[in-house]
Design a protein around this ligand. Structure first.
Ligand code: FAD
Ligand code: FES
Length: 350
């Protein structure tokens, strides 16, 4: 099988080389070599992995949702769906600081510690990395905001989930998982998963994490279980004592879908720099919090204040797309907006 050299050049001129076989997409090949380029859905749907190919030949998957024909004709590629046919040079629209490099094993086994329903369609799942042969623990290492892929035991079906917990020495991960009707992982969670069971986990992955932009305010918008990585980021801000103003806009459809309200309130109490709003779209009488579409509520706050904060968006693709468009409309530069879409069927097979 042919292997090609891919030179990846960042916006600030750094150059990284990865080796990619003809059957591999560039994101997968880079991950294999512990070079974490920006990506999210890894199936052509979000555009996070867009790059300019300035040299070389390649094939792209067909019907890529996030690559308009005119961009494709200009040599724009989605690296998650791009297979080399020669050595290539690609230019990234972000700086070297946004490429990360893992130092820990990427695939490991973990034990299910607990499975707890916390809202009608949301389960809290706690995993612990299996012990080393000598009985000592592996740490849970990731950048808050990143995700892991978890395999349904006995299948080769993987789904992506982002911990709401912080990295820790005990090897524990807490996930908030939305249960969908007839979803494969959802069915596993509802019917088969039991404490004590082992699952394979892969990661950490992704470029959804806090970026160091000095003292810029940070606004977080989370839809449903999109709250999970956002909680991890906010907890990291608290742990590090980041002084940046932080605002959380957490949106759900109905009051009964709210979860983690106590954890949010507890964090806001400990962080005087955090303001948190739970926004209920279809609020019934008696709901005293914010009412309406969370994107619209954020928009009217931004319009009123004229603020141009760093933005962190996570949740359903429609909500993230609408917020990106809103940021464009308010002239918030794209490089201040970091997002993660919870796309259907995870990022990695199955
Ligand atoms: C980077 C990343 C991080 C993620 N992190 C989380 C997380 O922390 N918590 C979490 O709950 N989810 C998260 N997801 C989504 C998760 O990976 C699964 O895709 C989702 O839970 C559905 O898996 P499933 O196997 O149960 O459903 P599937 O078997 O994949 O799908 C079953 C049916 O539901 C539909 N469907 C699938 N996903 C959705 C959706 N999001 N909304 C509406 N319909 C859908 C499908 O089209 C299909 O008809 C993340 C996704 C990505 C890409
Ligand atoms: S389009 Fe490549 S990661 Fe989403």
């Amino acid at each position: 099988m042919a292997t090609y050299d891919i030179e990846v050049i960042t916006q600030d001129g750094a150059s990284v080389h990865v080796q990619c076989t003809e059957n591999e997409d560039v994101i997968t090949a880079s991950l294999r070599q512990n070079v974490i380029l920006m990506s999210s859905c890894r199936e052509g749907g979000c555009g996070t992995c867009k790059a300019d190919c300035t040299n070389g030949d390649y094939e792209l998957d067909r019907n890529l949702q996030a690559l308009p024909q005119e961009e494709e004709e200009q040599g724009v590629v989605l690296l998650c769906s791009c297979y080399p046919r020669s050595d290539m040079t690609v230019e990234l629209p972000y700086t070297a600081e946004r490429i990360s490099y893992t130092t820990v094993d990427r695939e490991f086994s973990a034990e299910i510690i607990s499975i707890t329903p916390i809202a009608p369609n949301v389960i809290q799942l706690v995993l612990r990395r299996s012990r080393k042969d000598d009985g000592s623990t592996y740490a849970a290492i990731f950048e808050p905001g990143q995700f892991f892929d978890i395999e349904i035991p006995g299948t080769d079906i993987w789904r992506s989930f982002s911990p709401c917990s912080l990295p820790n020495a005990d090897g524990d991960f807490e996930f908030l998982i939305r249960v969908l009707p007839d979803g494969k992982f959802s069915n596993f969670m509802k019917n088969d998963a039991k404490p004590g069971m082992l699952v394979n986990v892969r990661g950490s992955s992704g470029n959804f994490y806090l970026h160091n932009n000095g003292l810029q305010p940070r606004y977080f918008l989370a839809g449903g279980t999109g709250l999970s990585p956002v909680m991890s980021m906010l907890r990291q801000m608290h742990e590090r004592g980041d002084p940046n103003e932080a605002r959380l806009y957490y949106g759900v459809n109905k009051p009964e879908e709210i979860f983690y309200a106590d954890e949010i309130a507890a964090l806001a109490k400990k962080m005087p720099n955090l303001t948190a709003q739970i926004c209920v779209w279809h609020a019934e009488e008696g709901w005293t919090g914010a009412k309406g579409n969370v994107v619209e509520i954020l928009k009217s706050d931004l319009e009123a204040s004229g603020a141009k904060p760093d933005m962190y968006l996570c949740g359903p693709p429609g909500m993230v797309d609408a917020t990106n468009q809103m940021c464009d409309g308010l002239s918030i530069p794209r490089d201040k907006v970091c997002s993660e879409k919870f796309l259907a069927s995870g990022s990695s097979g199955g």
